[in-house]
Design a protein around this ligand. Structure first.
Ligand code: PLP
Length: 382
C-alpha cells in the first residue's frame, strides 16, 4: 500500500462495516452480457442504473460502464437522470423509465434526458411540449405486453393505428417492454410477451426495440432484439436461479466486532430472549444491523465468516448490531475491531436473499448509508 492510500481517510477506521465494490467485476459482467447480445442479434448492451446502481453507487458505476463503451443508460426517476447526465459523456442516451411526472417534461429537455412514455397522458404532454418548442422531441415508448405495470395498453395502440397524429412531434428512439417472468424460463408468459412485442413492433418500423432485462438476456436470442437492458446481472445477481451463476460478485461486506463475551448455559442473547445459550458460548457483537440493510428476517437464519469459517447468528438482529456465536473460533482470530465477512466468496448476495426470504435485488438496494465504501478498479488518477 503506498503512502497516499495509507493516509486517505475513507472512514473505514471509524465505520462499523466496509462495503467493497469491485468495478472490474461490474465491467467484466457488462462485457459478458454484451457478448451475448453481439453473438445473437447483434444487440447493443445498455445498463440499468436506477436506485443508485442497485446500491453500488451510480457515480462510480456509470463512469466505469461508460469507459467500457456503454452508451445507453436507464434510470427510474427524473432526478436520477438529472444526476446521471453529469456523470456520463454527452453522446450517451439516458432513458427515464417512469417518464416525467405531470408538469416536469421540460426538465427532460433541459437535461437532455429521453423519457419513456408509458401512457396517453405522458404522450400528450410530450407532444404538447414538442409543439410549443417547435421541434421534434425524442422519446422511448413502452408498451405493456402482459405485466400490467407500465406501458401503453392495447387500447392505446389501437388509437394510434386510427390516428397516427397521436405521436406528432415525437421521434420514437426506442420501443420497449418488460418481462414479468424472465427468471422462470419455462413460464409460458415469456413467449406470449415476446409475440405480443413482435406484433407491436410492426407498428414502428425502423425503431430499435428492447425487451430483455438480465434474465431476459439468458432466455435466448429471440428475446434480444436491438438493445439489452440488464441491471441485476451487472451487479452479480444470478439471472438464472437454480443454475450456476456466470457473473462475478461485485460487492463484499465486512463488519467489525464491537464486543466479545462468554455466556453460560441458559443465558439469553438479544431482544425477545429468542436465543438461549445451550451451553457455554462465546458471543461476538458486530456493528451492523437492520438499519444497515442486514434484514431482521435474517434472525436465526444467517451467518458471518471468520477467515472463511462460518459463525451463526445467535439472537435477534438489532437495529445497529448482530450477535454471533463464535465459540469455534480460536481467540487470536477474533477481537474488538477485527472484521467478520457477511458478503464474501462463501456467502453471496443471492445466498443472503434466500435466507431472508427475499431476492438479491432487495438485499443490494437496502445496503445502508453508514458503511465506509471502497471501490476497486477505479481509473488511475491523473
Ligand atoms: C429494473 C428494470 C430493468 C433491469 O432489470 P434486471 O432484472 O435488474 O436486469 C429493465 N427494465 C425495466 C423496465 C426495469 O424496471
Amino acid at each position: 500500500m503506498d503512502q497516499h492510500t495509507d493516509r486517505r481517510d475513507d472512514g473505514a477506521a471509524r465505520a462499523g462495516a466496509t462495503l467493497t465494490i469491485d468495478l472490474d467485476a461490474v465491467r467484466a459482467n457488462y462485457r459478458l452480457l454484451r457478448a451475448r447480445g453481439a453473438a445473437s442479434t447483434g444487440a447493443a448492451c445498455g445498463a440499468v442504473l436506477k436506485a443508485d446502481a442497485y446500491g453500488l453507487g451510480m457515480d462510480k458505476v456509470a463512469a466505469a460502464l461508460a469507459r467500457e463503451g456503454c452508451r445507453s443508460f436507464f434510470v427510474a426517476h427524473l432526478d436520477e437522470g438529472i444526476r446521471l447526465r453529469r456523470l456520463v459523456p454527452g453522446d450517451c442516451t439516458i432513458y427515464v423509465m417512469h417518464g416525467a411526472m405531470p408538469g416536469t417534461a421540460r426538465d427532460c429537455v433541459e437535461h437532455d434526458l429521453t423519457p419513456v412514455l408509458n401512457d396517453p397522458g405522458q404522450v400528450a404532454e410530450w407532444r404538447a411540449l414538442a409543439r410549443e418548442l417547435g421541434r421534434e422531441l425524442p422519446a422511448a415508448l413502452q408498451v405493456d405486453t402482459g405485466m400490467s405495470r407500465m406501458g401503453l395498453a392495447a387500447a392505446d395502440l389501437d388509437r394510434l393505428r386510427q390516428d397516427p397524429a397521436w405521436l406528432d412531434g415525437i421521434a420514437p428512439r426506442l420501443l420497449m417492454s418488460h418481462l414479468a417472468c424472465a427468471d422462470e424460463p419455462a413460464h409460458p408468459l415469456n413467449a406470449r410477451q415476446r409475440r405480443r412485442f413482435e406484433e407491436v413492433r410492426a407498428l414502428f418500423p425502423g425503431v430499435p426495440a428492447s425487451l430483455a432485462n438480465s434474465s431476459g438476456v439468458f432466455l435466448g436470442g429471440a428475446w434480444h432484439f436491438d438493445l439489452l437492458r440488464p441491471g441485476c446481472a451487472l451487479y452479480g445477481i444470478n439471472p438464472q436461479p437454480g443454475h450456476a451463476n456466470p457473473l462475478a460478485q461485485a460487492v463484499s461486506l465486512a463488519a467489525r466486532v464491537v464486543q466479545l463475551r462468554t455466556v453460560a448455559a441458559g443465558d439469553i442473547v438479544g431482544y425477545g430472549a429468542r436465543y438461549v445459550a445451550p451451553g457455554e458460548r462465546r458471543i461476538a457483537t458486530i456493528a451492523i444491523g437492520y438499519a444497515d440493510g442486514w434484514l431482521r428476517a435474517l434472525t436465526g437464519r444467517s451467518q458471518a465468516f471468520v477467515d472463511g469459517v462460518a459463525v451463526p447468528f445467535a439472537g435477534t438482529v438489532s437495529m445497529d448490531s448482530i450477535t454471533l456465536d463464535v465459540t469455534g473460533i480460536p481467540e487470536d482470530r477474533i477481537a474488538p475491531g477485527r472484521t467478520v465477512d457477511l458478503l464474501c466468496p462463501q456467502q453471496t448476495v443471492d445466498d443472503v436473499a434466500l435466507q431472508a426470504g427475499t431476492i438479491g435485488y432487495e438485499v443490494l438496494t437496502r445496503l445502508g448509508g453508514r458503511f465506509a465504501r471502497r471501490y476497486l478498479g477505479l481509473p488511475a488518477q491523473e
